[in-house]
Design a protein around this ligand. Sequence first.
Ligand code: ZN
Length: 282
Amino acid sequence: MLYGAIEAGGTKFVCAVGNKEGKIVDKVTIPTLDPDQTIQQVDLFFKKYTLSSLGIGSFGPIELNEKKETYGEILNSPKILWKNFNVYQAFKEKYNIPLFLDTDVNASALGEYHWGAAKDSESCLYITVGTGIGAGYVKNGVTLKGMTHPEMGHIYVPRYSQDTFEGCCPYHKGCLEGLASGTAIAARYGIKGNELKDKHEVWELEAHYLAQAIVNYLLILSPEKIILGGGVMKQDILFPLIRKEVSKLLQNYITIESMDEYIVQPQLNDQQGILGALALCV
Ligand code: ZN
């Protein structure tokens, strides 16, 4: 039995066909153009297969409240061509098979939960720190959704007293994403993070903000595993700095046996999003 998976991103769509063990048998990457052109390309790939169902992990914000008529619609997206486009409807009309829709970060969390860093845990939080910041949460195989989907990248964290950067979130300026995303690093220092590799103070500040957010998520959601992915987290120096800062902020209030095994890297080699979309089907 074969399942279809789409990791729908603002710059690229990854499409895959796989089985319920998480083995991908075919995959293609398509640049994100306007909705019609993109879906045409996606269809060229999928029409070679007979699929049992299709899972989509989508960029957002996207309407995920099934009670609403606009279920599946892209909301306040800076991708103007996609704003108000209904991803769910578009694929539902094309393929008369069950369709499962979630956010890209919930899908990544689900991928790691089934086949990656959290495969021996009952719950996990997956945080991506890239051009933006987002997080997905899974408990017993079910992702967290509510009135809308969580937007954990936009929480407010106390600002470091000597940080004069106002923040770059177009909605909130100095929310977590506005202070600590890859976009924020580039705006604060005038060059991209990967060119600041040896500047220790850059990563100290980054760890300071991320650790505060992680402690807040941890205290609210109590995940068994916290996984940090995304482009910014490729700076290995961040992991020890974040673990140290999280320990400091927790003040032993919650006992974590091994911080090294608690706050970890993804195990799916940047396939967590597409594998998570596949996991939505199984
Ligand atoms: Zn924000």
